[in-house]
Design a protein around this ligand. Structure first.
Ligand code: CP
Ligand code: NVA
Length: 306
């Protein structure tokens, strides 16, 4: 039976902490892991554009001794040509794992149903688990711990917000989420986040009021318009302007660092000057995508014990 990663929501604190430790070890001692995918092939199915995810998976698989096959599905959604359950079954005939970036989470569920190899979520409209693991690896390296630190997400409540909350709360990281009215996180995730916060002893604040952000270690933001959303920027720019992550907000929250999953839009959701400042962890996040994903593949496909 395959062990897929569609989101981290069912993971225990112990298993997730071990995965994070494995990511750090792979980063520090890559030679120990350079054969864990030897002889294995990983297929990357992408319905949406990507720079970081596509390249970091391709190079990452190579660094683990495996082979990556990119399948460009940007012309049309997978399900338009054939049922994702059949795509999953076919890929299982040749490959050892599937990495998929899709419009609808349901496509991943169906791919996974048909596949008897692990399916890894490389972003859907609800989650971006690989991104979140990389980001907490960056927090761990920067602060020496994740538990007890505070991550504050400001901007559009989206897939990145959901995964940051899930992974962060399971790891015991306090969370603040500030979004404009009408752009809140999904209701089901808000409920889950409350339950995870209680279970793992982390504080959780979800608000529309930017004035409530008075303390954070890291402020995080993401694009105001996600892939697949055709809202014109002009329509929402005014609404989001007070939620821009800039030097004044960093000072208000006494925050030491800033994160953004990228692609970033300079002087919209984040000021260009802040992206280029010493507070920026953006390139550490990008670098860590590969190490985090390699830990996921080593554990799920390479059978490295966690
Ligand atoms: N952060 C991220 O997933 O970037 P890409 O969309 O370029 O893969
Ligand atoms: N929320 C963004 C993340 C991009 C990596 C999107 O889904 O487009």
């Amino acid at each position: 039976m395959q062990a897929s990663l569609l989101s981290f929501k069912d993971w225990s604190h112990e298993r997730l902490s071990n995965l994070l430790s494995l990511a750090l070890e792979i980063k520090q001692q890559p030679q120990k892991y350079n054969q864990v995918l030897a002889g294995k092939s990983i297929v990357g199915l992408f319905e949406k554009p990507s720079l970081r995810t596509r390249v970091s998976f391709d190079i990452g698989v190579n660094k683990l001794g495996g082979h990556f096959v990119y399948v460009d599905s940007r012309g049309e959604p997978l399900k338009k040509r054939e049922d994702p359950v059949d795509v999953g079954a076919n890929l299982s005939c040749w490959a050892d794992g599937v990495v998929a970036r899709v419009f609808e989470h349901q496509t991943l569920v169906e791919l996974d149903k048909g596949a008897d190899i692990p399916v890894i979520n490389a972003l859907c409209e609800m989650y971006h688990p690989c991104q979140a693991l990389a980001d907490y690896l960056g927090m761990l390296e920067t602060y020496g711990s994740v538990k007890g630190k505070t991550m504050a997400y400001v901007g559009d409540g989206n897939n990145v917000t959901h995964s940051l909350l899930i992974v962060g709360l399971i790891l015991g990281c306090h969370q603040v989420v500030v979004t404009p009215k009408g752009f809140e996180i999904d209701n089901s995730i808000a409920h889950l986040a409350n339950a995870l916060a209680t279970k793992h002893g982390a504080n959780l604040t979800i608000t529309n009021n930017i004035e409530e952000l008075t303390q954070a270690d890291i402020i995080y933001t993401d694009t105001w318009i996600s892939m697949g959303d055709d809202t014109p920027l002009a329509e929402i720019k005014q609404t989001f302007a007070p939620y821009q992550v800039n030097e004044a907000l960093m000072e208000q929250a006494n925050a030491k660092h800033v994160m953004h999953c990228q692609p970033a839009h300079r002087d919209l959701e984040i000021t260009g000057s802040l992206m280029d400042s010493d507070a920026s962890l953006l390139m550490l996040q990008s670098e860590n995508r590969m190490h985090a994903q390699n830990a996921i593949m080593a554990a799920l496909i390479g059978k490295v014990e966690i």
